[in-house]
Design a protein around this ligand. Structure first.
Ligand SMILES: C[S@@+](CC[C@H](N)C(=O)[O-])C[C@H]1O[C@@H](n2cnc3c(N)ncnc32)[C@H](O)[C@@H]1O
Ligand code: SF4
Length: 456
């Protein structure tokens, strides 16, 4: 009997369908005619990076047609989706096409609410420490986070490094196959962190508010600029020397204090500090009682948008073009089941921290059980079309849950690949020293000082 064939419109689609049919038919199915080649030009190693499978991407379609290829072996061994990219595709397709329990892709743990600064646009430092899970309880929660389908786990706060278990918990999450992320103000950085960061975190976000000490002071209530810069220098040199693959990202909250500083911030982050990537978020006025005094004006938002869009061709900027073009007025459907929100007490907040409709204490009830209950799924479903948040991160993750074109063109080609390339350059000493500045010669530099800009 001839082997059944599945024709797909893209890589994961036909592979995914073939896998589903294999399960139904109980015999092998070939996936063919994937349009893999359309993503290849200029990204010779993309296939290997995406799948973790050795091989020339140009041979992909041929590979898929052979009976004993690496991919079909992976299907047979049940470990086809052992890389984050493939698991991401699996979640995406299952959530879109199968009417079953939703698979969240992201998880967000507020690991500590306590803070060591009093930021003007954030009230979190006022929250009490609370009754927190111990290390073993957190590990149990992380096990379940992985089991419900999560791929990327972010630790935030408060200041997450005030939690002394953070490295251990991140290492544990990574050992379970989660992509580990953190956002920190870098105030507690120590030289002995470098190896621990490389081992335990895939993504290391550092808040950078300004290039000016007085703005730092005004925004955070403390001027950490010089300390942060020195720490970042040490971290970047250290990671390059051990060829660490952690992506170090500047996290910039755009306010009326720093909106016109965008060129200087880019220059500091990439040319001086030699960081791997940058991500911008427009200030959310709901962040604190004083946040409204920091809202950027329309003109400032226009300036920020144009500057960052222009520079997206030059630097690894982890904001999509769609996000930048829609700055502050996002058109999206939330699908909040895409992200599991857990607070510092180990409580799942459904459907999200903002709506806070139902709370589940994950030290008493397992996340796995709670998540699979119909009533829980219904809470999330009720908010499918919600768009109450004007936060870029909510909109971007929403687009990635239902728009495969966005995932490939914006997430993968527009952000992940440029970031990987920059990390590769950093680790292979290809960042040139010019006039005292380290420059990345992968990017053709264009005018980027405010004076040279054509901004009017
Ligand atoms: C809440 S902090 C916690 C992590 C860490 N303590 C820090 O300062 O990076 C995480 C990120 O949220 C940003 N943030 C705080 N308040 C915000 C607001 N009202 N709107 C947008 N971003 C905000 C911070 O600038 C920071 O980059
Ligand atoms: S858009 Fe709605 S459901 Fe989504 S995170 Fe914001 S408040 Fe929650």
């Amino acid at each position: 009997m001839p082997m059944p064939k599945i024709t797909g419109t893209d890589v994961a689609c036909s592979v995914f369908q073939a896998e589903q049919f294999e399960k139904t038919l109980g015999r092998p199915v070939i996936a063919e005619n994937c349009h893999a080649t359309k993503f290849i030009n200029g990204y010779e190693n993309w296939f290997e990076k995406l799948t973790g499978i050795d091989g020339n991407p140009l041979e992909f379609q041929e590979l898929m047609k052979t009976k004993n290829n690496i991919l079909s072996k992976k299907v047979k061994n049940g470990n086809m989706f052992d890389t984050n990219s493939l698991r991401f595709m699996y979640n995406h397709l299952q959530n879109r096409f199968l009417n079953s329990t939703k698979r969240p892709t992201y998880a967000y743990i507020i690991i500590e609410t306590i803070y060591n600064s009093k930021c003007n646009y954030c009230d979190m430092w006022g929250t009490k420490k609370g009754d927190q899970p111990n290390t073993e309880e957190w590990k149990g929660i992380i096990d379940d986070i992985r089991s419900v389908g999560v791929i990327s786990l972010t630790f935030s706060g408060g200041e997450p490094f005030l939690n002394r278990d953070l490295f251990e918990l991140a290492g544990y999450a990574k050992s379970k196959g989660l992509y580990t992320m953190v956002v920190t103000n870098m105030s507690l950085f120590n030289d002995d962190w470098i190896e621990k960061i490389a081992q335990n975190f895939d993504f290391f976000g550092i808040s950078i508010d300004s290039t000016k000490p007085e703005i730092y002071q005004e925004t955070r209530g403390v001027n950490w600029l010089e300390h942060t810069k020195q720490s970042v220098h040490k971290l970047m040199d250290g990671l390059a020397s051990i060829k660490g693959s952690t992506a170090v990202c500047a996290m910039v909250t755009v306010s009326n204090r720093n909106a016109y500083e965008m060129h200087d911030i880019l220059q500091m982050v990439f040319d001086d500090l030699n960081m791997d990537c940058i991500s911008f978020n427009l200030l959310d006025p709901k962040g604190s009682t004083t946040a409204k005094d920091f809202i950027p004006t329309e003109d400032q938002i226009r300036y920020y948008r144009q500057t960052i869009l222009e520079n997206k061709k030059i630097y690894p900027i982890l904001n999509s073009t769609r996000y930048l073009e829609q700055s502050g007025n996002y058109d999206y459907k939330c699908n909040p089941w895409k992200c599991v929100h857990i607070n510092h007490e180990g409580t799942l907040i459904a459907p999200c921290t903002f709506m806070n409709e139902k709370r589940f204490n994950l030290r008493e009830t397992r996340l796995l059980d709670v998540w699979n209950q119909k009533s829980t799924q219904e809470i999330y479903k009720h908010y499918d079309a919600c768009r109450s948040c004007n936060l870029g991160c909510i909109a971007e993750t929403a687009w990635s849950t239902y728009d495969l074109d966005f995932v490939i063109k914006e997430n993968f080609m527009g952000m992940i690949l440029p970031m990987w390339k920059r990390i590769g350059e950093r680790n292979h000493s290809k960042l040139k020293q010019e006039n005292g500045l380290i420059r990345n010669h992968f990017y053709e530099r264009k005018s980027h000082s405010k004076n040279e800009s054509h901004w009017k």
